[in-house]
Structure formats: structure tokens, C-alpha cells
Unconditional design. Structure first.
Lengths: 293, 300
């Protein structure tokens, strides 16, 4: 990120020596491209800013800006939707999911990266399926099973449901990462007499840590935003923030849109912080990569 | 003194032969993850499948018969496709020219890519909430249209088909763009330069060089966008018209399972949904396998 911020300062805008950039400004096709992107971002900004302004406005009817400014919607939302408890559940669920999926999936990705065995395609297929099938399609049978075992409606059920897309996601983030670690390093450690535990703790763990951090943050962001699975399996005491937000919008009742928006802003703010942290460690395209093609 | 060999020397131990094919104790590491996926994904799915054949009434295929015989439920298939296909076509179609334009490096490109991640992480719920207010009858969008003299009365953009389509584009376009972008950056620029030296203009270069190399990637992008749009649920409930025009199949399945507590019907709907989605994916993948699938000379 720092590289992006530094560069404009070194090159003065008027004396830009980059010829490719100047050519972009002339072609009509480029204007359309920038126009479409600009229009998209303008709408996106509008969508976000309207929610933000509404959450601080005392009343907002048919004008450009709200009539007055106030912060009391936040305290309203905090007590009305018992956000303290909801936020705690959200933190609990996301961290449990990150931890368990890393513990289960990193060893699997190690084996998949290092060994070529009969039936490897089958195992890969097993991990691709939960990513390919939409959450709502497997979420309904999963919720049925969890209700059968009396696990749905609790934090356990929500964590179990969220593990389904997270484990394959960690596998597909970590496998290429482990593949690029030279197996000769491990062999050398063995040659020097290191036992399996030493190889794991002194050689592999430090090498794997950056990849595990990246995978963990990606799972964190995705679990925080995962709506369908949590919605299908959560009960009144195990809702995460996004499910509470949906229920508040969708259920009938006298609720001011401002306090709903205040909750939405809290959600977005948390997400933005998580995202900024995530982008320090990972490439933007990694956030969307859902399968290894 | 005679040495008794446990096995004939021409036939090494089973463990060694297995290790040669890559089967050794390291493979046990796959087990925890694989078992978790089997227990939490495969088992519920198969359980749901057999449950869908045990409805409360109507025999083995009763739940499926109930779905296809009720016009309201049957129409949800059409409504899902009429949302998912245009949304993914628009998202992929717009991504191609934009990422083609932006394949070169320029200042702030990383910032732009980072900005595009924002709508993905906003999630559909927040996007829907924003759409309700921004595109609503008293929102900024209609204000602007009014100011520019493009519309005298507010245009109805929410609580209908358009609202859901807008939400699918806002959350789906960045996804499609980032994927297309990564596929395009995997095509080496030297291929286009070679065509250029042979006298091809930009359209010929795009039509005969870049596009054929990009097409397999585009089809994957289309598949993934389609899967996302096909399972549209929160936005169809919030900005759509869930009892009418945007009564998509995921709403139908959800209502059956968790509002009417008819798990058999809900699972049957989920199975129909999965099958329909797989049909589209298999069709696109089959088409894709007929295309060029070799090296694109790039980094990807």
C-alpha cells in the first residue's frame, strides 16, 4: 500500500513522463471505460454514504441531506438489538471458525501439496464441492441435520456450519503456498538429525506462518460476512451481526431505519477495519478466488 | 550361516511400493479435513437427498411432484434464471473491455483493485440496505434524475426486479472484474506484440489473439458469477418483491424448510436447485473443454 501512496508524490502531475497514461486520455474507448467504472463507483459511494448519513440524521425526508444531526441512533441500536451480545457472538464464532479450519485444513493442504497419490483428484473434488455449491443449497439439508442432533440454534451449530466453506477455502489458499516451499529444506533438516517434531516446529511452522496468517484473515473476513449459513443455523442467542441486521430489516415491527442504519454502519466499519488488515497481507484478487480452476 | 530373506529381493515390501506411488503416513494428514467435509457436507447432503424422497404425503416423489405441480413454485425456476443469467452476462461482459483497457500497469491500479474488493466484503445485506435508500423514491439517485430533467416522477427501482438486479451487479461486478483481470494478466503481452508486428489492428488482436486465450477463463468466471447470482437470497428478500416477481428458488426452499417446517419439501427444493445449477456448470464446462487450453505464456 505504501508504494501506491508514495509514487504520486514523486512525480509531479503536470510533468508526467508516462506516455501510456497520456494516451489513455485521448482514446474515446478509454473515456467509456473510465466512465463506466466511475459511474459504478459513484453508485457504490452513494449506497454507502446514504446509509452513513441516515444513521447520523435526526430525520430525512425528501431533501438532499438530513434535517439535523444526532448520534443517539447508535445508543438506540446498541440497546434495542443488544449489540454487545451480538458482537461478542460474532467474535466468538469467527475466531473459532478460523482456528478450527486452520487446524483441520493446514495438515491436509500439506499432504496435498507434497504427495501425488492415487485418488488425489477425488480428494480435491471433495474439497471443491462445498465451494461450488451455493451455501443456501447445502445449508438447508445441513440445518435439517443440525436440528436433528439439537445442535442448531447454538454457537456450536453456527461454527460447524461455517466450517463447511472455510476448510476448503484454507486448503485452496494453503496448497499453492506450501508447494512453493522447497521440500529440500525439510530433507536437509532431517539429514542434520532433526526429528519430526523439530522439523514441524523449527522449520515448517515459521515458513508456513505467513500463509496461515493470510488464510486465517481471509476466513475471518468471509465468516464475518457469511449470511446464509449463519442465518439458517442460528438461534436467538447465536446470531452474528449480519443476521441481526437482516432480521431487523426484514421482520415486521416499529423500528426506525436510522437505528438499523447505525447497526449497518457498525457492521461496515468493522468490516473495513478487517479489510484494511487483510489487504496488508493478501492480494485483492485472492479475496475472490474461490477455486483453483 | 544362512541369511533368510523375509521376501524375495525382486519384490520390495508393500510399504515401499506404496511409498513409491505416494502413499505413506503423510497422507493421514488429509484425514481430519476430509472427514470434517464428509461429516458436515456430504452426509447432510445425502441425508437431505433421502429425506426429500420421504415427504409427509404423495409417495416417494411427492415433494418433487408438489414443487412442479404448483405454478407459484414452478415459476421460481424461471424467475431465478431470468435474474441470474442477465446479471452474470452483464458482469462478465462489462468486465472484459474494462480489464482489457486496464491490463497495463498504471498509477493507483492497486488502489483501484482494493476499492473493487469493498462491495464484495460489504455483503449482500448491507448492499441491499443501501440500495433501498439510495435508489428509493426519495433517494439521491432519483433526486439526481429529477435535477437533470431525465424523470419527472420518481422511477421505481426498488422492491422489484430492478432492485435485485442492481444488487447482483453491485456485489457481482467486482468479483467478475477481479477474476477476469487475473486471467487477462496471465496472457503474455508478447503474443499481442507479435500480432501487432504482423500488422493486426487492435480489433484483430483482440478478436484473434487475446479473446480466444481469455475465453476459458471467462467461462469459469461466468460459472462462478452464475453460482453467486443463482443463490441470491437476502437481496431478493430485501430489495425485491419476494412474493411476486423475485420469488426465486432459494426463497421457495427457505420458506418450505424453515417457515413451514416441511424439511422434506425444503430438501427437495434444495436438490432441485443444486441439479439446475450443476446442469448449467456442466454445460459451460463442456463447452470450455472444447476450447484451447494450453499455455498462455504468462505468469498465471
Amino acid at each position: 500500500m505504501s508504494a501506491v501512496l508514495d509514487r504520486p508524490a514523486t512525480a509531479a502531475p503536470g510533468t508526467d513522463p508516462d506516455a501510456g497514461r497520456r494516451r489513455i486520455a485521448i482514446k474515446p474507448g478509454a473515456w467509456i471505460t473510465w466512465g463506466v467504472l466511475g459511474f459504478f463507483f459513484l453508485n457504490l459511494l452513494g449506497v454507502i454514504v446514504t446509509v452513513l448519513l441516515n444513521s447520523f440524521g435526526s430525520s430525512w425526508f425528501r431533501s438532499w441531506l438530513p434535517g439535523g444531526w444526532t448520534g443517539h441512533w447508535y445508543s438506540d441500536a446498541w440497546s434495542e438489538f443488544s449489540l454487545g451480545q451480538v458482537l461478542w457472538t460474532t467474535v466468538e464464532v469467527t475466531f473459532l471458525v478460523v482456528l478450527i479450519s486452520l487446524v483441520l485444513a493446514v495438515p491436509a493442504s500439506y499432504a496435498l501439496a507434497r504427495r501425488d497419490f492415487p485418488g488425489k483428484k477425488l480428494v480435491m473434488g471433495l474439497f471443491v464441492l462445498p465451494i461450488l455449491v451455493p451455501p443456501i443449497a447445502y445449508g438447508i439439508p445441513l440445518a435439517t441435520v443440525l436440528y436433528k442432533f439439537h445442535l442448531a440454534g447454538s454457537v456450536t451449530g453456527v461454527v460447524l456450519a461455517n466450517l463447511v466453506p472455510s476448510i476448503p477455502f484454507v486448503v485452496f489458499t494453503m496448497t499453492p503456498f506450501i508447494e512453493q516451499i522447497d521440500p529440500k529444506i525439510e530433507a536437509a533438516a532431517r539429514m542434520c538429525g532433526a526429528r519430526t517434531w523439530t522439523v514441524l516446529s523449527r522449520i515448517l511452522a515459521p515458513l508456513l506462518l505467513p500463509g496461515m496468517l493470510a488464510a486465517g484473515i481471509l476466513v475471518l473476513v468471509r465468516t464475518f460476512g457469511m449470511f446464509e449459513l449463519t442465518f439458517l443455523t442460528s438461534g436467538p442467542t447465536s446470531q452474528t451481526l449480519i443476521v441481526t441486521l437482516f432480521s431487523a430489516v426484514n421482520s415486521a415491527g416499529i423500528r426506525s431505519t436510522q437505528s438499523i442504519d447505525a447497526m449497518a454502519v457498525i457492521y461496515t466499519g468493522t468490516m473495513a477495519v478487517l479489510l484494511l488488515i487483510a489487504l496488508r497481507f493478501v492480494n485483492p484478487t485472492q479475496l475472490v478466488a474461490r477455486s483453483t480452476d | 550361516m544362512t541369511v533368510v530373506l523375509p521376501q524375495s529381493p525382486s519384490r520390495p515390501a508393500l510399504r515401499h511400493r506404496l511409498a513409491e506411488r505416494g502413499v505413506d503416513r503423510t497422507l493421514l494428514l488429509v484425514l481430519p479435513g476430509a472427514l470434517a467435509v464428509i461429516a458436515l457436507f456430504c452426509y447432510p447432503f445425502l441425508y437431505g437427498l433421502q429425506l426429500s424422497f420421504q415427504p409427509a404425503s404423495g409417495g416417494v416423489l411427492g415433494a418433487y411432484h408438489a414443487f412442479f405441480s404448483e405454478p407459484f413454485a414452478r415459476k421460481s425456476i424461471w424467475q431465478t434464471f431470468s435474474l441470474a443469467i442477465p446479471a452474470s452476462l452483464i458482469n462478465v461482459g462489462v468486465s472484459v473491455p474494462i480489464s482489457y483497457r486496464m491490463r497495463r500497469d498504471f498509477r493507483g491500479k492497486r488502489l483501484l483493485l482494493a476499492l473493487l474488493v469493498v462491495p464484495i466484503t460489504l455483503g449482500t445485506v448491507l448492499t441491499a440496505e443501501g440500495i433501498l435508500e439510495f435508489y428509493g423514491p426519495a433517494g439521491w439517485f432519483n433526486h439526481t434524475l429529477n435535477l437533470l430533467g431525465l424523470a419527472s416522477s420518481p422511477v421505481q427501482l426498488t422492491m422489484n426486479y430492478t432492485g435485485v438486479l442492481l444488487s447482483l451487479i453491485i456485489s457481482g461486478f467486482p468479483f467478475a472484474y477481479l477474476l477476469t483481470h487475473s486471467y487477462l494478466s496471465g496472457i503474455h503481452p508478447s503474443l499481442e506484440k507479435a500480432a501487432s508486428t504482423l500488422g493486426a489492428d487492435w480489433w484483430q488482436r483482440f478478436r484473434h489473439i487475446t479473446f480466444p486465450l481469455l475465453l476459458p477463463g471467462l467461462m469459469t468466471t461466468f460459472c462462478l458469477s452464475f453460482v453467486m447470482a443463482f443463490a441470491v437470497f437476502p437481496s431478493a428478500m430485501m430489495v425485491g418483491d419476494p412474493d411476486g416477481k423475485t420469488h426465486v428458488i432459494s426463497i421457495e426452499a427457505y420458506e418450505a424448510a424453515l417457515e413451514h417446517f416441511d424439511y422434506a419439501q425444503g430438501c427437495a427444493d434444495a436438490m432441485i436447485m443444486t441439479v439446475l445449477m450443476l446442469v448449467v456448470i456442466v454445460a459451460v464446462t463442456t463447452l470450455r473443454s472444447r476450447l484451447y487450453s494450453g499455455s498462455t505464456g504468462g505468469k498465471g
